[in-house]
Structures are given as structure tokens and as C-alpha cells.
Write a protein that binds this ligand. Structure first.
Ligand code: NZQ
Ligand code: ZN
Length: 391
């Protein structure tokens, strides 16, 4: 197990009516005037924005509104938010929505107190050293952005989708009412569950030995999603199922199950190219990339994949041929994705084989030119993974 430092500053208010705590929580973090940032309109339509506004009014917090954060959120909306925060002299930010609204709000919070172009912080040119206090009301269980240390933004003109990790990205509070997810389309619920599983597996497939605590946590979270996601997809208003998925989504990506080990993250970086190029949902892109990545990297540690197959998907262990067990696990994972309505091939996603070299070349990598930690991949490897996905 590796040494680690771990800060989790996010306060969680979980359950029915959680959104009505917005005003008092903003007050606690010193807010007096807030930018409320949301997406394309689902939160307005459901009446959520009105309830949030009422909560701020009751607490005596002034506000301005900025909607329009789109899936795969754009830098252009961030610039608009930064300008608004400065013009209106807002001293805090509240995101209302899924990962896109939350990530966009994080960027606005950092960018409004940064002297240069906020994209410097995403391109790696500068580090985040301060931010405005920020909280969120979660409406989609998926990204874990409600307490994660990351934020992913797309630069419109280059279509580069880039993430930045920093503890400044962890919201000060997250208001989590599973009822708010009842209005989600089934497809988005399934995309969310797929993303949650991917966040766990990015950490689970590691070269570190003796990481028992986090291994078992990962397996428990994966089994929880496998049990409850089909219920949530088929009955979006099932509170108990949505509640399990919501909390699993938070634990999946706030590093509770990632400390002491090095996560892989290649599948995420490869997926960002798919969602940047085709504007597909992040979870759907992962459903295509992850099984292909598994098939490609399987031989790096057959026993780990076999353990995954047995402990997560209940496969029988073939002691004479653990590779067969490992493959059976990948097949069950893929079958599970299909049952919740996810695409598992590039074609089903609407991606084109001729774009594979471009995506492979563009995939973000580390200073050594490689992406991933479980297996370090170069451009040819990424291309090969995308070809496996091209069935
Ligand atoms: O914009 P509105 O109208 O709200 O509609 C959204 C959007 O169309 C809709 N939606 C959200 N909550 C709803 C709802 N519709 C009805 N009822 C509700 N309660 O769902 C659609 C998708 O929303 P979005 O926020 O884009 O989805 P998600 O939460 O999956 O976020 C995806 C983004 O987060 C990034 C992804 O790359 C992608 O850009 N990620 C962020 C991470 C992080 N910050 O830690 C980690 C992830 O790995 C991921 O990369
Ligand atoms: Zn993700």
C-alpha cells in the first residue's frame, strides 16, 4: 500500500428535502451573494430552481442565475460565468445539476479569482491556488463531481476536453436528494451507473499489492451498483434504488476507495476523446472503451481479472485456467451493460473507425508520453484498444 494524504472537506446533506438547505449552507461558508449555475433547463422545469431560490431568500442570500451548462461543458459558458460573477460581485457559487453543471461551476469559481485566462488552469500552464466557496445540489448520480477533486471542461474551438485535479475542486457542501433523480431519462441513469462503475474499476485495476481495505470497498460498491442500477433504470422513481446509486457514486470518485494505490485512468482519457468528438454521454463512451481496455490489458494480471470475475460478477473460479474465468468476468460486465441499455461498440455509439488514429493521437498522456498506470499505453496501444471496440 502506498503512502497517501487525503482531504475530504465536502459536507454531505443527504435525503429528501436536502436542496432546502442551500441557503443555510451557503451562509455557513460565508456567502452573501451567489451565482446559481445550472444546465439546460431540467432543473427549471422540475421546479428545483424555484425551491433553491426560496431557500436562499429565506437565508437572506442574494443571487444571480446562469443556466446553459451543456453536457461536456464548454469553456465559453465558463467565461460567461466568470464575467457575471465579477460584474455582480458574487462571493460564492452554487451548482444545480449533474457533473456538467458542477464542473462548469468549479471552473467559474476558480476562474473568477484568477488573474489570467482560466484555461491556463486546465491546460496545465498554471496551478489553482484559490477559489470562491462553492457548493452543489446534485441531480444526477454519475460523475462523483459533488465531492471529487476533478473538473472536466471542453475548449470549444479546439474540441479539447481536459480535466484538472486539485483539492480546490472539492465542493464545500453537496446537497443530495435522491428524489431529484426521478425525472432523469432511463438512458442517463444507465450512463451514470456505468460511470460510477468505471470510477471504481479505474482504481481497482492497479499494480499495488496488499490494498485489502480498498479492494473490498471497491467490490462492495460495484456489487451495489450491479444490484440497484437495473432497478433504478426500470423504476426511476424508486427512492431506495436511487439512494444506493447516489451514495455509491459519491464514494466511487471521492477517493475513499482509491487511497494507497495508483489508479489507471486510461479508459477515462480515451473516453474523453469520444465525448469531445461526438458529444456522446461520458458514461456511454466508457461502456464502449472499458471492456475493450480490459481485453487488451488482461494479461498484465490475469489473477486480478479473475478475482474481479468471481467477487464482483459471481463467476466460478477455474483454477486450472484462471484466464478463462477472467474473460468470463469481462463478458458478464459487458452483458450487464447491455441489460441497462448501454452501447458496447463504437458503431452503437455512432463513432467512426476512420477517427481512431486521431483519437489515439489526441488522448491525453503523462510526461513520459504514456497513458495509464496498470499498463502504460502509447498511441499504438490506444489505437489497438479502440479497434477492439470497433466490432
Ligand atoms: O442540462 P439539463 O437540462 O439539466 O439536462 C441534463 C443533461 O442533458 C440531464 N439531467 C441532469 N439531471 C437531470 C437531468 N434530466 C432530468 N432530470 C434530472 N434530475 O442529464 C443530461 C446529462 O447531464 P450531465 O451533467 O452532462 O451528466 P453527468 O453528470 O454524467 O456529467 C458528465 C460530465 O462530467 C464529466 C464528464 O466527462 C462529462 O463532461 N466528468 C466529471 C468528473 C468529475 N468532475 O469528477 C468525473 C467523470 O469521470 C467525468 O469525466
Ligand atoms: Zn467518469
Amino acid at each position: 500500500m502506498l503512502n497517501f494524504e487525503y482531504t475530504q472537506p465536502t459536507k454531505f446533506v443527504f435525503g429528501r428535502g436536502a436542496e432546502m438547505h442551500a441557503g443555510e449552507e451557503l451562509k455557513k461558508i460565508g456567502g452573501t451573494k451567489c451565482l446559481i449555475h445550472y444546465g439546460g433547463g431540467s432543473a427549471v422545469k422540475s421546479g428545483l430552481i424555484d425551491r433553491v431560490k426560496a431557500s436562499l431568500e429565506e437565508a437572506g442570500i442574494a443571487y444571480v442565475l446562469l443556466g446553459g451548462a451543456v453536457p461536456n461543458p464548454r469553456d465559453t459558458k465558463v467565461y460567461e460565468g466568470i464575467e457575471l460573477v465579477r460584474k455582480e460581485k458574487c462571493d460564492c457559487v452554487l451548482a444545480v445539476g449533474g457533473g456538467s453543471a458542477i464542473d462548469s461551476a468549479k471552473a467559474i469559481a476558480h476562474g473568477s479569482v484568477y488573474d489570467g485566462d482560466f484555461w491556463d488552469l486546465w491546460s496545465g500552464k498554471a496551478k489553482i491556488t484559490k477559489t470562491l466557496p462553492m457548493g452543489c445540489v446534485l441531480t444526477l448520480s454519475a460523475t462523483g463531481s459533488e465531492s471529487s477533486n476533478s473538473s472536466v471542461i471542453m475548449q470549444e474551438k479546439t474540441r479539447l476536453k481536459r480535466g484538472v485535479r486539485s483539492d480546490f475542486n472539492r465542493p464545500r457542501f453537496a446537497l443530495m436528494n435522491p428524489e431529484l433523480t426521478f425525472t432523469l431519462p432511463k438512458y442517463q441513469i444507465a450512463c451514470g451507473a456505468t460511470d460510477i462503475m468505471a470510477h471504481i474499476m479505474e482504481r481497482y485495476f492497479t499494480n499495488e499489492k496488499e490494498v485489502g481495505v480498498t479492494d473490498y470497498l471497491c467490490e462492495a460498491l460495484l456489487k451495489t451498483v450491479i444490484q440497484y442500477a437495473p432497478i433504478a433504470v426500470n423504476q426511476p422513481d424508486n427512492y431506495d434504488a436511487q439512494a444506493q446509486i447516489m451514495w455509491a457514486g459519491t464514494l466511487a470518485h471521492n477517493d475513499t476507495c482509491g487511497v494507497g494505490r495508483l489508479g489507471d485512468w486510461a479508459s477515462h482519457q480515451i473516453e474523453h476523446e469520444l465525448s469531445a468528438l461526438y458529444d456522446v454521454a461520458h458514461g456511454a463512451g466508457l461502456a464502449v472503451v472499458f471492456p475493450a481496455w480490459m481485453r487488451y490489458t488482461l494479461d498484465n494480471d490475469v489473477n486480478r481479472f479473475a478475482r474481479f470475475a468471481v467477487n464482483v460478477f459471481g463467476c466460478d473460479m477455474n483454477f486450472g485456467n484462471p484466464r478463462e474465468t477472467a474473460l468470463a468476468g469481462i463478458e458478464r460486465y459487458e452483458a450487464f451493460l447491455k441489460t441497462i441499455g448501454m452501447p458496447v461498440t463504437l458503431k452503437e455509439l455512432g463513432a467512426k473507425a476512420e477517427d481512431i488514429p486521431y483519437m489515439a493521437k489526441n488522448t491525453k498522456r503523462g510526461p513520459d508520453g504514456k497513458v495509464g498506470a496498470f499498463v502504460k499505453l502509447d498511441t499504438e496501444d490506444v489505437e489497438a484498444i479502440l479497434r477492439i471496440a470497433d466490432r
